[in-house]
Write a protein that binds this ligand. Structure first.
Ligand code: PMP
Length: 753
């Protein structure tokens, strides 16, 4: 080969060495007085046009003070040639070799070095603004940020399901936030790949930039988006590093507000392109290490990027460029406005309420730029704003939304998928829109089926806000402002093994509590129509029913003609880890199940699932209809929720993360006598706070922990009859690291108390 090249050049080649390359075969040539880079490419007309365009850009930049590779002509004066090499036609070109150390080899780059990089890029971009080239203008390929959508086909190559969905989330945000403003942005030909292995450093400054193979005619801001991505992707606090870069760039080439408004999403887009292409390259060639060099950094930054409130990012960018920031209204003002029109009976959480703006997976963003780790909300089961759920809703809303008086296939399709999650006897479903409506309906069905009105309910239970809902919810009717227990209600003590009548041994206690409940039913003046309970009593303080309790009680209820209802509004859809439904932990099959909250991941969906027999009894009465229940949009969303739970293995995650979380809380319990009990299952956890070492509830301390965590941007809440139980029921994408963060903060709050 050396002879072949030697024949084309005027200088004497002393040595030729192959360099690493993404998809090119490149060489370093040494002559007497200098080194050159020889780049070779498989021949195609298209490639030739691009190589020539690249040379044109470099020739345009040639005479400035900045160092770029200079195209070197062959002995006949041309800058490109086509040679027959190793049996194939290849394009060759020569470039001057730039000395310097790669930025990637600098152990700890300083903010000053990044300022230097920004100045370098701003000067180059200023000069490129007067460069025009039709080939580059006509180029449409994956690494151009404005064409993010071209990478969609690679998402499925990402092996981890949750990671895939993080990428989908950013694609969706790009469509919503960036796509529409793209046509309004100023465009230019840009280098488009200022990563640390293309940037050269000498004497503490940026000395050169190589590899113009990614030139794109695209919004100018994309140059910075790419540079910022690589400057920040190995940093713990990316925004801290982004600021000096932006500031220095803006000094030379002023940035526009609308460019900074979307920069957060452009950086995310670059990370997505990187991980998509790495995943694809790995799939095509599992041994291609070069294609995946930046993959780990890109993934870890993508995860960190999610934890950055886009408002915070935008404010940081604005500040760096000297634009003023309009602060969000103080929360007091917002709350005052709310209370003008919304009754304060709808309370807001925390001493310092939170003004939320957006949310994603396990994070919530407020209007002030803060990010909250959500260790609390159990409605967004698969994660806030989950892209698959959002996509399903958007698509179906744009296609058809109507009611069940028309037939559409989504209704039986979703019903079948949902019922497949239940034991066979539970084979009919009635769709409504809230847990309350489902509880109400379940009781109506019970009455229709049994012809009775008396109901046995659980102490501290909560089932809904309708009149029937309140009538069967001890948590409401026994509240000091409540209306009291109605004559048709029989209340049974909560089978709590931490405090209560039986606390000895879990399994024994379950039997004892059940025996007492059976005696209650038997001694009651009326046969009961139903017994209703949650498997873990949420408002009671996250109290799991003692083991074996339902197994013993259900037959007794049925024996006297009643039906057994499990309220799975909170416990359902895999949250408890071991099982998909809470009743399974008690080894029973209810006659009716109430589901809601996580069913639509925030879209209002709920249902009663029951047996043929009960559905038939109900069917003999007046017609049942719900305007919204089971509508096509809800069905599409419900299907997406089930898909994501399966795709991301969320039940298993609830188990592994929940077990770990619980183990950390138990360690904390050893240290602090104020932690009386740690209980729950999967990611449904309760921590009972007591006055040191006693059984006395410590409402004040629980309140303090909750609010202090809020001040540290972690969301949990309190519950229980004395509001002394910390409850944590996060979205199921919550990680072990997230659990560790929560527990570390509880530790430090207790240490300081
Ligand atoms: N049952 C249980 C166990 C609940 O936790 C709730 C809501 N907290 C409901 C029913 C009522 O559901 P919704 O608020 O959707 O009406």
């Amino acid at each position: 080969m050396i002879n072949q090249i030697q024949a084309q050049v005027d200088f004497k080649i002393l040595d030729i060495k192959k360099l690493d390359g993404y998809d090119n075969r490149n060489y370093k040539l040494r002559s007497d007085d200098q080194s050159h880079i020889l780049k070779t490419y498989p021949f195609s007309d298209e490639r030739m046009a691009l190589v020539e365009a690249e040379n044109a850009a470099l020739l345009h930049l040639k005479n400035g003070k900045q160092a770029f590779p200079k195209p070197i002509s062959f002995s006949d004066g041309s800058f490109t040639k086509v040679l027959e090499m190793e049996g194939e036609k290849r394009i060759i070109r020569l470039l001057s070799f730039l000395e310097g150390t790669f930025l990637g080899d600098i152990a700890s780059p300083t903010p000053d070095l990044y300022r230097s990089l920004a100045r370098f890029l701003a000067r180059m971009n200023t000069r490129l603004q007067s460069f025009d080239h039709s080939v580059i203008k006509g180029r449409a390929w994956e690494w151009d940020l404005q064409r993010l959508g071209l990478n969609k086909k690679y998402i499925s190559d990402i092996p981890d399901a949750h990671n895939r969905n993080i990428v989908r989330y950013f694609f969706q945000q790009f469509d919503q936030k960036v796509a529409l403003v793209l046509p309004e942005l100023r465009k230019s030909i840009i280098h488009n790949d200022a990563n640390e292995w293309n940037i050269l450093v000498a004497d503490g400054k940026i000395s050169g930039l190589i590899d113009f193979g990614d030139l794109a005619y695209t919004p100018l801001i994309n140059e910075l988006a790419v540079a910022l991505t690589y400057a920040c992707y190995d940093k713990d606090d990316p925004l801290l590093w982004a600021a000096p870069l932006l500031e220095a760039y803006h000094d030379i080439l002023p940035l526009q507000k609308q460019e900074l408004d979307i920069l957060y999403y452009l950086i995310a887009a670059r990370l997505c392109i990187s991980v998509c292409n790495s995943a694809h390259a790995k799939k095509v060639d599992p041994y291609n290490n070069y294609a995946t060099v930046s993959e780990n950094n890109a993934w870890s930054m993508l995860h960190r990027w999610l934890a950055i409130n886009p408002i915070n990012a935008r404010n940081t960018f604005y500040e760096a460029a000297g634009f003023s920031i309009t602060p969000a209204k103080p929360i007091e003002e917002s709350i005052e406005r709310r209370h003008n029109v919304i009754s304060p009976i709808l309370s807001v959480s925390y001493d310092r309420p939170i003004h939320v703006e957006r949310s994603v997976f396990q994070y919530m963003y407020d209007a002030h730029g803060n990010t909250f780790l959500d260790a609390y909300n159990n409605i967004p089961q698969v994660g806030h704003s989950h892209p698959k759920v959002v996509e399903a809703g958007m698509q179906q809303m744009a296609k058809l939304n109507t009611n069940t008086r028309y037939h559409y296939d989504l209704l039986p399709e979703y019903a079948e998928r949902l019922l497949a999650k239940f034991p066979d006897v539970l084979n009919k479903v009635f769709f409504v829109n809230s847990g309350s409506a489902a509880s109400d309906l379940a009781i109506r069905m019970t009455i229709a089926h049994t012809g009775r009105h008396h109901l046995m309910v659980m102490e501290h239970g909560y089932h809904g806000n309708t009149q029937i809902g309140i009538d069967i919810s001890d948590y409401k009717f026994s509240n000091k402002k409540g209306a009291g227990q109605k004559e048709n209600i029989l209340k049974t003590p909560i089978p709590n093994t931490y405090r209560g009548k039986y606390t000895t041994d879990d399994r024994k206690a379950g039997k004892q509590y059940a025996a007492d409940a059976i005696a209650q039913v038997e001694q009651y003046d009326h046969p009961v129509a139903a017994f209703i309970s949650e498997p873990i009593v949420g408002c009671g303080g996250q109290v799991p029913l003692a083991k074996g309790y339902l197994k013993q009680l259900y037959p007794a209820i049925r024996k006297q003609g009643g039906v057994c209802i499990s309220d799975e509004v909170q416990t359902g859809f895999g949250r408890t880890g071991d099982y998909f439904w809470g009743f399974e932990a008690q080894d029973v099959v209810p006659d009716m199940v109430i589901i809601g909250k996580p069913m639509g991941n925030g879209h209002p969906m709920a249902a009663v699932v029951t047996t043929d027999e009960i559905a038939e009894s109900f069917g003999k009465g007046v017609e049942f209809f719900s305007s919204f229940g089971g509508n096509p949009v809800s069905c599409a969303i419900g299907l997406a929720v089930l898909d994501v739970i399966e795709e991301e293995g969320l039940q298993q995650k609830a188990k592994t993360v929940g077990d770990y979380y619980q183990s950390l809380l138990r360690e904390l319990q050893q240290k602090y006598p104020c932690i009386g009990d740690v209980r729950g299952s999967g990611l449904f956890l309760g921590v009972e706070i007591v006055k040191d070492g006693s059984m006395q509830s410590d409402t004040e301390l629980a309140h303090h922990i909750k609010n202090e965590l809020r001040n540290r941007h972690i969301l949990i809440s309190t519950d229980g009859p004395h509001n002394s139980v910390l409850k944590s029921k996060p979205p199921l994408c919550f990680t072990k690291e997230n659990a560790k963060t929560v527990v570390e903060h509880i530790n430090s709050i207790l240490e300081a108390y």
